[in-house]
Design a protein around this ligand. Structure first.
Ligand code: ADP
Ligand code: ZN
Ligand code: ZN
Length: 804
C-alpha cells in the first residue's frame, strides 16, 4: 500500500490552485498528518507546502509521482478546521489557498527556527530508544531523533504528552535565554565525577567541587560563571560528565509584565442583564447566532463581554475577542487581564515576531483560554471556541487589504458556525451593513441606551467656522473653543483636542461658503494634488486646475484644506502659553511603546491638553477629561469614499464619548465648515438611528452598499497602455459573462494611479444577487493566471472593498 499526501504548494502564479499529490516516504508514513508543513519538489525547486489530506491512492502514474522531500512539523500546525476555513476563504475572497493557509500562522513559522524536544516527565517513562537520546539532558534537537530514525517513537511520546516540542526562532536578540542549570542532586555522584577528573583539568575540578555544595539547585548559567569564575566551555564539559544538566522551563516573553490588579464582576444594569441573558441562552443552546450589541459610548458593552467570557470559560470553552489595532491600549487589555489573569493572550502588531509567536504558542498548547487581539487573532488556533466578540465592529481595519482580502467579521461567523457558538458584534455606531442585517433579523439586535453609571452624555456644541471667518477670526480655534479650553485650564481639568486627519490636505474648500470642489460626473469630492496643482476625481478620472476663486461665491479664500498636528501645537503655544500639551500622532508614536507611554503620562496628569489624530479617539477613559474639541470635523467628510459620511459620524460619536465618562460632566466642541451636513448635525445628539435612516436613504439613491454589493477588479502593469488595455479586456469579458442586472463601471484609473511604478486601472462591479459572480471571477482569475500573468499583468479582485 502506498501513502500519498495532498499538498498545497507555495507557488502562486500557477494557473490552477489545487493540491498536488506526493508520495510519502516509508520513514514518514507514521508521522505525517494533515496540517503539517512539508518541503516538496516543484519544477526545479524545493518549495514549502501544507499537507491537506493523506490517502492511499493517486491518479498520478507511480513512475511520475515525486516523494515529499522533508517533513517540517511532527505536530500539525493547522487543525482540520483551519484547513476547511482556508478552502472557504479561497472561494469567498478569491485568493490562493496557500495565502489563506499562511495568513493563519504567526510569521515566526515562516522564519528560520530550530525544533527542540522538551522532556515533560521523568525520562524512565519513555521507551528505551528515546531514553538513550535524552541521556541526562532535558531537551534535545529534533534533528537528533531524525538522524536516529526515531521520529515515529517521538511522535507517540508527543501524543502521550511525555514530551513537547518548541520552535526556537533564530532571531538575534529577540530570544530570551531561558536556559538554566540543574545541578545533580546526588552528592555521591558529584564526588565520584570530581574524583575522575584529571588534576590537569583544574577549572573543571573546581567547578564540580563547587557544585557539591549546591547539589539539586537550579541556577542561571551566568550566576555559575560569576561565582566560580568559569566559562561556558567548562560548564558544558561538566554537564557532559553528568554533574549537571541544562533545563529549559518554558518562559514566555511577557510584553505586559506589569502586575495587573484583579477586578471583580460588576452587578449589571437591567439593560446589560437583558443582553447578557440572551447571549447566555444562545451559548447554552449551541446556537451560532450573531448578536449586534448596539450600545452608546460608556454603556458598558465591555462588561457584557467580560461576563459572557466568564460563562464560556466555566463551560470549559475558549473566547476570541477582536478589537481594532488602534484601541489595543493597555487600558483595554488590562480590563481583560484583570478578570482572567494568566488565561489571556494578547496579540497586536506592536509585538516582536518572537512575542507574537509566544502568544500563538500559548493558544496552540491550550495554556490560555482567551485571546484579545487585532484582526488576525480571528485565526487563533483554539479547538473549542465558545464565543467570538468583535468590539467596534464598524472599524474598517477588520478588513485585510492584501490577499487574502478577508473581513474578520465573516471569518468570525464562519468559525462560530463550525463551533456552534454565538458571535457578538459590538459598537456605538454599527456599520450600516450590520445594522441593516439586524433590522432584517439576520442578526439579533441588543440595545444599551443608557450609560452604565447613569452619567449624561456630554453636551455637544457645533461651531460654524464660516461665521468665525466673517468675524475676522482666521485661526484654527473658534472663540468658543478658546474660552472652553481656558476654563478647563483654570479648573485644572483635562482637554482632548482631536484633529481629524484622514485625508490630510486632500480636498479644496472655500472658507467663505463651505463649498468643496466636486466632480462633474460623480457625487464625490475632488482630491487635491499638490504636485501639479490639480484636482482630480479618483472615481472617473475627471480633472481640473485648482481655481483661483470659488465657483460658487467667487471668494478668494479657496484653498486645499488640512492642518497638521504640529501647526496646531504651535498655535496652542501662542494662545495658551504655559499649557502643557502632549502631541500624539504618527510622528510621536513611531517607537514601540510610545503610544502607551504618552497615554499613561496624560492619565497621570502630566499634561493639560492631549492633541492628536484619530488614534486618540478610542479607548481613552480618564476621569479628569471634561472637554473634547474637534478642530475640523469636515476633513473626513469630503474624502472620495462613499462611506465618508458614515465614517465622520462614527468618529464624532467616538471622540465625544471620551468626555465626562466619570463624575465630572463633559462638554464637546465640534468645529466645522458644514454644520448643516446631516452627519455632523445628527452626531450632536449622538443618536444613531436617525443617522442610519438618513444614510441608508442616500446609499439607496446612489446605489451603494448595503443595497448593492461591490467587487473591485484591479489590473496593473509597468506600461500604462497595457494596464488600461487589459483592464478593458477584463471589463469586456465580465460583461459578456454576467447578467444584464450587473453594472460594470470602468475601467478607470485607480485611486492611486501609479504605485511602485506600476500603473493601475480598475473596474467596479455593482450587483444585488448574482449567483454566477464567484464562478465568473474564478474563470477570470484562470485566464489571468494562464495567460495575462506572462505579459507582466497583475490582477487582483477585492470583494466588498473598503475604498474604491
Ligand atoms: P463601553 O464599552 O460600552 O463604552 P464600558 O464597558 O467602557 O462601556 O463602560 C463604561 C464605564 O462604566 C466603565 O468605567 C465601566 O467600568 C463602567 N460600568 C460598566 N458596567 C457597569 C455596571 N454594571 N456597574 C457599574 N459600572 C459599570
Ligand atoms: Zn465659496
Ligand atoms: Zn468623477
Amino acid at each position: 500500500m502506498i501513502t500519498v499526501a495532498e499538498v498545497i504548494v507555495d507557488v502562486a502564479a500557477y494557473p490552477v490552485d489545487r493540491p498536488f499529490d506526493y508520495l510519502v516516504p516509508a520513514e514518514m508514513t507514521q508521522i505525517i498528518e494533515h496540517g503539517c508543513r512539508v518541503k516538496v519538489p516543484f519544477g526545479p525547486r524545493n518549495v514549502l507546502g501544507f499537507v491537506v489530506a493523506i490517502k492511499n491512492e493517486t491518479d498520478v502514474p507511480l513512475e511520475k509521482i515525486k516523494p515529499v522531500s522533508q517533513l517540517l512539523d511532527i505536530e500539525p500546525v493547522l487543525t482540520a478546521e483551519m484547513l476547511d476555513l482556508a478552502k472557504w476563504l479561497k472561494n469567498d475572497t478569491i485568493c490562493y489557498e496557500i495565502d489563506a493557509l499562511q495568513v493563519m500562522l504567526p510569521s515566526a513559522l515562516r522564519a528560520k527556527y530550530e525544533k527542540i524536544v522538551h522532556l515533560q516527565m521523568d525520562v524512565e517513562h519513555l521507551p528505551d530508544s528515546l531514553q538513550k537520546i535524552f541521556g541526562t539532558s532535558q531537551h534535545v534537537s529534533v534533528k537528533v531523533f531524525e538522524k536516529n530514525n526515531l521520529l515515529p517513537e517521538l511522535k507517540q511520546a508527543l501524543k502521550n504528552k511525555q514530551v513537547s516540542i518548541e520552535n526556537i526562532v533564530k532571531q538575534k536578540g529577540k530570544i530570551k535565554e531561558v536556559r538554566k542549570v540543574q545541578i545533580n542532586e546526588d552528592v555521591q555522584k558529584l564526588m565520584e565525577i570530581h574524583h575522575n577528573i584529571s588534576n590537569r583539568a583544574k577549572k573543571k575540578k573546581q567547578l564540580v567541587e563547587w557544585m557539591q555544595h549546591h547539589s539539586g539547585e537550579i541556577m542561571d548559567p551566568e550566576v555559575i560563571y560569576k561565582e566560580t569564575n568559569s566559562s561556558s566551555q567548562v560548564l558544558n564539559a561538566v554537564v557532559e560528565l553528568g554533574a549537571a544538566s541544562f533545563v529549559q522551563k518554558e518562559v514566555f516573553r511577557d510584553p505586559f509584565a506589569k502586575e495587573v490588579k484583579k477586578t471583580n464582576f460588576l452587578s449589571l444594569t437591567d439593560e446589560q442583564s437583558v443582553a447578557l441573558n440572551q447571549i447566555m441562552a444562545a451559548i447554552d443552546e449551541k446556537q451560532p447566532d450573531t448578536f449586534l450589541l448596539h450600545g452608546i459610548t460608556g454603556s458598558g458593552k465591555t462588561e457584557v463581554y467580560l461576563q459572557t467570557i466568564a460563562k464560556v470559560l466555566d463551560d470549559g470553552k475558549e473566547a476570541i475577542v477582536l478589537v481594532p489595532e488602534i484601541s489595543l491600549t493597555p487600558q483595554m487589555t488590562e480590563r481583560f487581564r484583570s478578570r482572567f489573569g494568566e488565561l489571556v493572550a494578547v496579540m497586536h502588531s506592536g509585538l516582536s515576531v518572537g512575542e507574537k509567536y509566544d502568544e500563538w504558542r500559548k493558544i496552540h498548547q491550550g495554556k490560555v483560554k482567551v485571546v484579545v487581539g487585532a484582526r488576525s487573532a480571528i485565526f487563533a488556533p483554539f479547538e473549542n471556541v465558545g464565543i467570538i466578540i468583535l468590539d467596534e465592529e464598524h472599524e474598517s481595519t477588520y478588513k485585510q487589504e492584501d490577499s487574502p482580502r478577508y473581513h474578520a467579521r465573516d471569518v468570525a461567523i464562519w468559525r462560530a458556525r463550525y463551533h456552534q457558538c454565538p458571535v457578538i458584534l459590538g459598537s456605538a455606531t454599527p456599520s450600516l451593513e450590520s445594522f441593516a442585517r439586524a433590522k432584517k433579523n439576520v442578526y439579533t439586535l441588543l440595545t444599551l441606551q443608557q450609560r452604565a453609571l447613569k452619567q449624561s452624555l456630554p453636551k455637544v456644541e457645533i461651531v460654524d467656522m464660516r461665521e468665525e471667518l466673517k468675524k475676522g477670526n482666521r485661526s484654527m480655534f473658534s472663540q468658543s473653543l478658546v474660552e472652553s479650553i481656558q476654563l478647563r485650564l483654570d479648573r485644572k481639568e483635562q482637554i482632548v483636542l482631536f484633529l481629524n486627519r484622514r485625508g490630510y490636505s486632500s480636498f479644496v474648500l472655500c472658507r467663505d461658503c463651505g463649498t468643496v470642489l466636486q466632480c462633474e460626473n460623480c457625487d464625490i469630492s475632488l482630491t487635491y494634488h499638490r504636485k501639479n496643482e490639480k484636482c482630480r476625481c479618483h472615481y472617473c478620472g475627471y480633472e481640473i486646475h485648482v481655481p483661483k476663486t470659488c465657483p460658487q461665491c467667487q471668494s478668494e479664500h479657496i484653498r486645499f484644506f488640512g492642518t497638521g498636528t504640529q501647526k496646531v501645537e504651535e498655535e496652542l503655544a501662542k494662545l495658551f502659553p504655559g499649557a502643557r500639551v502632549l502631541r500624539m500622532d504618527v510622528d510621536t508614536t513611531r517607537t514601540k511603546g510610545s503610544h502607551e507611554q504618552l497615554l499613561q503620562a496624560f492619565g497621570e496628569g502630566k499634561a493639560d491638553i492631549l492633541l492628536g489624530t484619530q488614534m486618540i479617539a478610542k479607548g481613552l477613559d480618564y476621569p479628569n477629561i471634561t472637554l473634547v474639541g474637534v478642530l475640523s470635523a469636515d476633513t473626513s467628510l469630503h474624502l472620495p469614499d462613499f462611506r465618508a459620511a458614515e465614517k465622520t459620524f462614527q468618529l464624532l460619536t467616538q471622540v465625544s464619548g471620551r468626555a465626562g465618562r466619570h463624575e465630572k460632566p463633559g462638554e464637546v466642541v465640534v468645529q466645522t465648515y458644514t454644520p448643516e451636513h446631516y452627519a455632523i448635525e445628527l452626531s450632536q445628539a449622538q443618536d444613531y438611528e436617525p443617522f442610519y435612516e438618513r444614510e441608508m436613504h442616500m446609499r439607496h439613491l446612489a446605489g451603494y452598499p448595503p443595497y448593492y454589493y461591490l467587487a473591485l477588479v484591479q489590473v496593473s502593469h509597468e506600461d500604462v497602455l497595457m494596464a488600461a488595455d487589459y483592464a478593458g479586456k477584463a471589463a469586456e469579458w465580465l460583461s459578456s459573462q454576467l447578467s444584464f442586472k450587473v453594472s460594470i463601471i470602468g475601467p478607470t484609473a485607480a485611486g492611486i494611479s501609479r504605485l511602485q511604478n506600476r500603473y493601475r486601472y480598475q473596474c467596479l462591479i455593482k450587483y444585488k444577487v448574482e449567483p454566477d459572480l464567484i464562478p465568473t471571477l474564478l474563470q477570470l482569475i484562470k485566464i489571468y493566471r494562464t495567460d495575462w500573468i506572462k505579459k507582466g499583468i497583475n490582477l487582483t479582485i477585492d470583494l466588498d472593498p473598503n475604498m474604491i
